[in-house]
Structures are given as C-alpha cells and as structure tokens.
Design a protein around this ligand. Sequence first.
Ligand code: ATP
Length: 422
Amino acid sequence: MPSVHRQGGTRRWLVEELGEIANLDRVTEHRDQEGAAGETEPTVRLDGVSKHFGDLIAVRDLDLDIGRGEFFTLLGPSGCGKTTTLRMVAGFEDPTAGRVLIDGQDVAGLPSYKRPANTVFQSYALFPHLSVGDNVAFGLRRKKVPKHEVTERVAAELERVGLAAEINRRPSQLSGGQQQRVALARALVNLPKVLLLDEPLGALDLKLRKGLQLELKRIQRDVGITFVYVTHDQEEALTMSDRIAVMNLGRVEQVADPEDVYERPETTFVAGFIGVSNLMPATVEAGGVHLDNGPSVPAAQNGFRPGERCQAVVRPEKLHINRIDEASDGSLPSVEGTVESSVYLGTSTQIVVEIGGDVRMTVLHPNASEAERQRLPGGGSRVKLSWHPDHMHLVRESRAGSQAAAQEAPGRDLTKPEGEEK
Ligand code: ATP
C-alpha cells in the first residue's frame, strides 16, 4: 500500500492513480491479439529483477513466470518488496537490474500507459463527479469505441461485478466494497493482458473482505485474465490464488499452489508466515529424523541427507493431544511436554505445549463436542503430542537468515537488522 516516504508521498501516488485512470484508454486489448504470442508464453516474466533504493535492496534477483489466466499472489510481511515488484510490472518503477517481460515483450523503457496492464489500487481512485456507468465507460469512450459497443461492454462488466442496478449512481453513493467493484469493472472493461491488484481489499472490513475475496476469484475465472495480486494476508492468499510467491526481505522463498505452501513449506520462514510456526529442531537420519526434544521418528527425507540439521513441522490441526497417563495410539510418533496455555477460540481450542529446550508446539483441537472439550488437558498437565508420519514435513532455515545471503549483494542488507550489517 502507498506509504508517504515514497518520493513525494501521497501526492505522487494520487498522480499515478489518476494517471492510471486517464490511461485506461490506451491499454492494449488482448482480445485482438489472442494467439499473437505462443500459448505457452508466460503473461509476466521477471528475469533476474532487482530494485535498489539508494543503498536499500528492496527486491533481489527475482525470477518469476506468471502463466496465462493465472491468479498469482505475492504474499509477505510489510516491507518485503511485494508492491515494488508489482510497480515494476506496472511501469511505475524501473528495475535496477534484470528484465520484465509481458507476453514475451521486454517492457524496459515502456511507460505504464503503454503496457498491456491495468492496476487496481486500495484507494479505488474513481472520478467522483461521474456516474458508475461513466466511470467504467471512460477508457472506452476516450478510445472512440462505438457507442453501442461501449453501452454493451459497460453493462456486461457491471453485471459481472454485481452492480448493474447502480449504473447511474455516483461513487459517493456507494459503499467501499461497491466502489472497489467499480474500479475493477473499469479496469476489466479494457481487457488488459494482466490486472495488477495492490491490496485492493485492504480498506474493507473483515466480513466484506471475505465476501469479496470469493467474488474476485469468481470474476477472475470468468474473465480469464491474468491477475497479479499483492497481499500480506495469508488467508486471503490461500483462498484466492492458483499460485503464491511467498516473499521475505526482497526474495521469493517459495512459489507453489496454496496447498503446497501450507502443507509442504520449504523454509522456516514460509512455515511460520503461513500458519503457526510449529517447528521442532532435528537431525536427519535414515528414514526419518531424531528430534532434539524427543525420539527418532519416521519422516519423508525431502531432499535432506542423514546428518543434516533441519526443522520438523507439524501443523497445529494435525497434532493429537493426550494426557501422559491416558491410553493413546502407541504406533504414532510422539513427543512429551507440558501444557502452557489453553485458549477457547470458538470453533476450536488452542493449546500451547512446551516440549523442552524452549520449543513450543501449538495444538488446535476442534470444539465439535462439549464433553470432549471439557476433557482437554489444562495448564500444567503433562501431555503427549502425536501425529501421523505423513503430517510431518522437514524444512530448511530461510535463506534470508543465512550468513551467505547476507554477503551476496552490496548495499544495506535487509537480511540483518539495521546496524548489524557489517
Ligand atoms: P507494504 O505491504 O507495507 O506495502 P511491501 O512488501 O509492498 O510492503 P515495498 O513497498 O515493496 O514492500 O517496500 C520494500 C522496501 O523498499 C521497504 O523497505 C520500503 O521502505 C522500501 N521502499 C519502497 N519504495 C521506496 C522508495 N520509493 N524509496 C525508498 N525506499 C522505498
């Protein structure tokens, strides 16, 4: 989302957003060019892209292919470089190194209004004095599209976003969610090859946000246009995306579909950012791992070799919890620990268990039966945590955390806290 320090702050962003509106008429329509590029060509390719702001490295050496018709999400914490990446595709920033290709064309030096891309911002940026219909028609009219076609396309797009009945209203007469749908219709009516969305639901309340997430996904499937979506909200990313790139300190840590990112994270950062960081330090051995805080347990090797250090992840909902003296399935791998806290969360109960060496595991137990919930062990209880071997996954330390990564590039290194770079 826009931040004030960015060269001229809010004013510059406003100019960009209004510039984006004014240039809606110049977006190349992909309908006319279907088949011009090979069907297998990615819509967006980032090839070794880096972005430095002075001595700060915001994005480093990014390689990404975003396929045709994909809903692709850049996910990561504030400041990890998501927006900067999106802005380089849009043409609002130039890469310091590397190439951006849209539909096979290197767009270096091409201003944003000449790129076959539209951006939807968090702040809608609608013309307040124009009706909903005129806002959506704006680009088509500027392009001198025949009147009857404008009417048809605007009506179809408003129908798609569920605002056909609001065509004559002004933006001020609409809710935030409705205004964002108008912004979406206004971008989609131009049939860009790629739609760039920068936290478009960020200003909406949670309930509306959840509704719109599903609707955005439906709309994207319907139009078949490639969406590149920026968010820091992991649930939003998991709900909507075909694939997710998880970013950390200017790097992509993993690109995968939502299930893989959640079930099979590749690094400690991904395991912790998507969901609860349930990590047990371990040493790999033949057929499994030896847990620092427990026994040897079976695990898929995931490319590790015996003797290597790793972290073993088990998601909270996959852990079973039993009192130590309670009968449980002895064939399952398990560790022992002490309950630190137990919190009622409505649909589930969250229990934090210390398994020794300051390692904590979180268990989520569904509150399906009141009697069962009453029997859950409370604070101080000695317990056994167990899991199915398929539900344990071995991950590496994040590259961003390693010494090697810190030494790779000149300039201020975001992989270390300020003042500790040397
Ligand atoms: P957020 O979700 O908070 O917007 P983000 O992941 O999108 O975060 P970016 O906005 O891409 O992150 O910023 C990445 C880093 O680059 C941050 O440290 C940010 O302060 C810095 N940065 C971004 N734009 C500029 C700029 N124009 N000048 C200087 N530094 C910048």
